[in-house]
Write a protein that binds this ligand. Structure first.
Ligand code: ATR
Length: 272
């Protein structure tokens, strides 16, 4: 019986076990998916032990997504480019393979939530330059978006991403972030602003055009103030929960042998 799970610290609030349990039941697959609370110093020894106990792979969440890249024997190009992994595959030959499916999840969620969305609709604006922004930018470039405006409170972090991803990325000062919205067909909040307990995103949104696709990686609350205001401006809004669901699809398919659906039932399973 295949075993998989998710490693993090903390891990108690992870939604992935609920999602995997729902899919295992829905597709009637044998298998288990367990949350694993692992301290930083134990990360490598835990990961090396898992294949010996019958694990076929695991997901990795904060704060371990960067460190697992060093532990893995091989990494996909996208994981290397992003500098972090969220999915480990334990191969039969004993090698640990690291991948990053966050960007895949981001794009799949955008396509599902905004059915007309295509890379050719125009430039994208990305707010924030943390770990999540790296996955978002990598995936936008990968699917063919030609121009990305990137704005972050701490400008040098945006400039570092510009250096990593090249000339398709243009850095815009945080105080000017409102000005890039009218030229953008897609707008993404990758900052933690707007999350329950955090301050609101204060970028002026009056530049948003009707029909612009606006998405927020924050999914708690599900409809952030940013998304509410975008919706009021006539934008097409996509919440961030779908990214969490879609990024889990490749792992489930590989470990349990069926490609699962991201549908209302899957959403309901993680919302509890
Ligand atoms: P994640 O992996 O979720 O991207 P992160 O790497 O900690 O998390 O990045 C958090 C992002 O939210 C950063 O872009 C951060 O901006 P800074 O680079 O300037 O820190 C942004 N962020 C967090 N709090 C913010 C605030 N109060 N105002 C503006 N940006 C904020």
């Amino acid at each position: 019986i295949p075993l998989a799970g998710v490693i993090g610290n903390p891990i108690a609030h992870s939604k992935s076990p609920h999602l995997f349990r729902h899919w295992l039941k829905t597709y009637n697959r044998p298998g288990f998916y367990v949350p694993m609370h692992v301290a930083e110093g134990d990360l490598e020894s835990v990961i090396r032990s898992l294949p010996k106990m019958g694990f076929v792979g695991c997901n990795v969440t904060l704060p371990h997504k960067v460190d697992v890249l060093q532990i893995a024997d091989l990494a996909t190009d996208r994981a290397t480019l992003i500098g972090a992994a969220n999915t480990l595959i334990f191969r039969r030959d004993g090698k640990i393979h690291a991948d990053n499916t966050d960007g895949y999840g981001f794009i799949a969620n955008l396509k599902q939530g905004a059915p007309g969305w295509a890379p050719s609709i125009g430039p994208a604006a990305v707010l924030g330059a943390g770990g999540a922004a790296r996955a978002v930018i990598a995936s936008l470039i990968d699917v063919g978006v030609q121009e990305i405006f990137l704005s972050n409170r701490t400008r040098p972090k945006a400039e570092a991403l510009q250096s990593a991803f090249g000339t398709k990325v243009t850095v815009v000062d945080w105080v000017q972030a409102g000005n890039i919205l009218e030229d953008s067909a897609t707008v993404v909040n990758t900052t933690s602003l707007g999350m329950t307990g955090q301050p609101e995103l204060r970028v002026p949104l009056d530049g948003l055009r009707r029909g612009t696709v606006v998405t927020d990686l924050v999914y708690s609350p599900l409809k952030t103030r940013f998304l509410q205001e975008a919706e009021a401006a006539g934008c097409v809004t996509v919440d961030g929960l779908g990214m969490l669901l879609h990024q889990a699809v490749p792992g489930f398919e590989r470990w349990f042998g069926t490609r699962p659906e991201v549908d209302v039932d899957a959403r309901a399973a993680v919302l509890g």
